[in-house]
Design a protein around this ligand. Structure first.
Ligand code: G6P
Ligand code: ZN
Length: 542
């Protein structure tokens, strides 16, 4: 029987900030997944003779999707697919396997931090041979292929047993089922001082790692509890569940509130961390102190040399545009380049490949380095632990010292979720239309220094990405940024990013929202988010 099935294009198969994300029931519609997977093969010039990695965060539908992808890889002529046992791989572990095995790329089944289940979200993204998310030119080619597709290829075969590690055969294609954790854990051992970390835990250091019923549970248990000797039970919500046990696996103060309560309670351990659905995000909390992702990036960059993998120093530091400028101050002091890219990890890939940056980070709870081409939640936690072990100070002490040295970039993000698309677009258009006239104007007592719609010229490949967010900077270093999320699946999510710089040494320990009050007021005056949307305030504050 022929491997070819005729099909017709399905509208809307356009990858967003991080792959194609839709409601699970949309992905499960006949031909939906198949069309997109074939579009990926078509966009990369076919699968013949190639090797790929396949895995995901274990969410609902991933088991079935994995079988479809395997059968389509075989029909497209792939030579081999390396699959995580149970079709599970964290996103950073998948990135590592792509690189380690010098494969032609990989398929990652995840909708990241979005909830999972039959009524929730599913996603698929393709990472290229460097281990990083497909760049914009490639995602555009996938979308283009999806609009012209006439047939897809799939072999008729029994499902492949992915339940144990083994070499298997699928219609002539090799399927290698691997332990999802082993190679990743080995990589971490090369970067961090595991002896120092073992000594830290042996000395009574206590931590809590909330895996949010998502993919990092097995990774964190193996590394923190088994290899580093953290107390049993350090990792909570450690069993990955197809619906994340109903949790919203997004490590921020709102969704990881159990961890927040613990870290601000009387019996708080020394250190707390959480990760997201597919293990690439992280949130870090000290005893009684929340570390904003922008500050975390700056502290990690300033102290990375304390870990063996980074003792030679950093080549450069990259952050996404909406991330605070705290990391830029560190780059300046270290005398290395600072890069500002659009939101989306894919934009760091070229800088990392070209050896221009070593550490990257985003306000959206992502930090990572050149060890893989994805952000990496556990990596960030281990680097923090390595720094804590070397400095022998608390998280609070380290942050205080950092702010005294560099000044503090007060920072917060206000999200307005599930707005009607036309309302969100009206708000964006309203501010966009006013940008040109803003420089020199005084708003809430602050003078606008510059205002634009951010465009990025990639210094490595010369590509230009426009329309990446509206930004208004003030002469005192304050800034507000407005952009539409590219990862939602319901309506439009508007993100307002707020920043104010305090040079210190006074005024370094104000309440964040209070410190930002003038910038918040300026944003409302300029963009009228509440006014136009009729909302009382944001749904999520980070
Ligand atoms: C994903 C991407 C990140 C991005 C984040 C927020 O996690 O990997 O690079 O920063 O989504 O994207 P959004 O478009 O929702 O603000
Ligand atoms: Zn993620």
């Amino acid at each position: 029987m022929s491997n070819r099935r005729s099909t017709t294009p399905i509208a809307g198969q356009k990858p967003g900030t991080s792959g194609l994300r839709k409601k699970t029931r949309v992905f499960a519609e006949p031909g939906y997944l198949e069309n997109f997977v074939q579009s990926i093969f078509d966009a990369i010039g076919g699968g013949a003779g190639k090797t790929f990695v396949l895995g995901g965060d274990g969410r609902y539908f991933a088991d079935r999707a994995a079988q479809v992808i395997l059968k389509m890889a075989a029909a497209n002529g792939a030579a081999r697919v390396i699959v995580g046992q149970g079709a599970v791989l964290s996103t950073p572990a998948a990135s590592h396997l792509i690189r380690l095995n010098k494969t032609d790329g990989g398929f990652i089944m995840s909708a990241s931090h979005n909830p999972g289940g039959p009524e929730e979200d599913f996603g698929l993204k393709f990472n290229a041979a460097n281990g990083g998310p497909a760049p914009e030119a490639l995602t555009a080619a996938m979308y283009d292929a999806s609009t012209r597709i006439a047939e897809y290829r799939i072999v008729e075969a029994a499902d492949v047993d992915l339940s144990t590690t083994a070499e298997r055969d699928l219609a002539g294609m090799r399927v290698t089922v691997v332990d999802p954790v082993a190679d990743y854990a080995a990589l971490m051992e090369t970067l961090f001082d595991f002896n120092a970390l073992r000594a830290l835990f042996k000395g009574g250091f206590r931590m809590r790692f909330d895996a949010m019923n998502a993919v990092t549970g097995p990774y964190a248990r193996e590394i923190l509890e088994n290899r580093l000797g953290a107390a049993k039970g350090t990792v909570v919500h450690a069993t990955p569940l197809p619906d994340f046990g109903g949790m919203h696996p997004d490590p921020n103060p709102v969704w990881a509130h159990e961890l927040m309560e613990e870290m601000f309670g009387d019996t708080a351990p020394d250190f707390g961390a959480a990760s997201d659905g597919d293990g690439d995000r992280n949130m870090v909390v000290g005893r009684g102190i929340y570390v904003s992702p922008s500050d975390s990036l700056a502290v990690l960059a300033a102290n990375a040399h304390l870990a063996p993998g980074y003792k030679a120093g950093l080549k450069g530091i990259a952050r996404s545009m909406p991330t605070s400028a705290a990391a830029d101050r560190v780059a300046e002091k270290l005398g290395v380049a600072a890069y500002e890219t659009p939101t989306g990890w894919k934009f760091f890939g070229n800088l990392l490949d070209a050896g221009r940056a070593t550490i990257c980070g985003e306000e959206s709870f992502g930090t990572g380095s050149d060890h893989v081409r994805e952000k990496d939640g556990l990596w960030a936690v281990l680097l923090w632990l390595n720094i804590l072990a070397e400095r022998k100070e608390t998280v609070q002490e380290i942050l205080n010292a950092h702010w005294r040295e560099f000044g503090r970039n007060y920072y917060s993000r206000h999200d307005y979720e599930a707005l009607p698309v036309d309302v969100a677009e009206r708000i964006m258009a309203g501010l966009r239309d006013r940008l040109m006239a803003l420089p020199g104007r005084v708003v809430q007592g602050m003078t606008v220094a510059a205002a634009d719609d951010f465009a990025y010229d990639d210094p490595v490949d010369g590509s230009v990405s426009t329309g990446q967010g509206l930004r208004v900077g003030f002469t005192d270093g304050s800034r507000l940024v407005l952009r539409l999320s590219g990862t939602g699946t319901e309506g439009a999510t508007l993100r307002l990013y707020l920043e104010r710089y305090a040079a210190g040494t006074e005024g370094l320990d104000e309440d964040v929202q209070a410190a930002l009050a003038p910038v918040i007021a300026a944003a409302e005056e300029l963009a009228q988010i509440r006014g136009i949307s009729g909302r009382d305030g944001p749904d999520v504050l980070t």
